[in-house]
Design a protein around this ligand. Structure first.
Ligand code: ZN
Length: 134
């Protein structure tokens, strides 16, 4: 894994949180994107070299809706950049990690992604992401 690519934060009201985080970082979000397959609407901020993703559920079955119901708003996941997501999934599986996605899928912000099961990572939801070459 190369570096933390972004930190994901679960929010109830992305419009209100966009305004809040714009004040916090002193600049607005640079992108809003819906990921239908995950039932989420996302927005992205840059704070220096770091990236923050806000996630709001778009339906009741969304993993974000379930997360907020259980734990409330807050840090949802940490995403790590990888060069070869398929090789990384194989490596992690062979070391006993449990994947939520054994086959990577299309995520927000032009990435293919896969989540590890938080049960195998001390309760931290870890996302792997690889840039889609265009
Ligand atoms: Zn993410």
């Amino acid at each position: 894994m190369k570096k933390i690519e972004h930190i994901g934060i679960a929010v109830k009201d992305i419009d209100a949180s966009n305004a809040l985080f714009a004040m916090l970082f002193d600049k607005p979000h640079y992108k809003i994107e819906a990921v239908e397959s995950e039932g989420v609407k996302t927005s992205f901020f840059k704070a220096g070299p770091n990236k923050i993703e806000l996630l709001q559920a778009t339906n009741e079955d969304s993993p974000i809706a379930k997360f907020i119901e259980k734990k409330g708003e807050g840090i949802h996941h940490i995403a790590f950049a990888v060069d070869d997501i398929h090789a990384e999934i194989e490596r992690l599986k062979s070391n006993g990690f449990k994947m939520i996605h054994e086959v990577p899928k299309k995520g927000a912000d032009n990435k293919i992604i896969a989540f590890l099961h938080p049960k195998s990572t001390n309760g931290v939801l870890v996302e792997l992401c690889q840039d889609i070459e265009d």
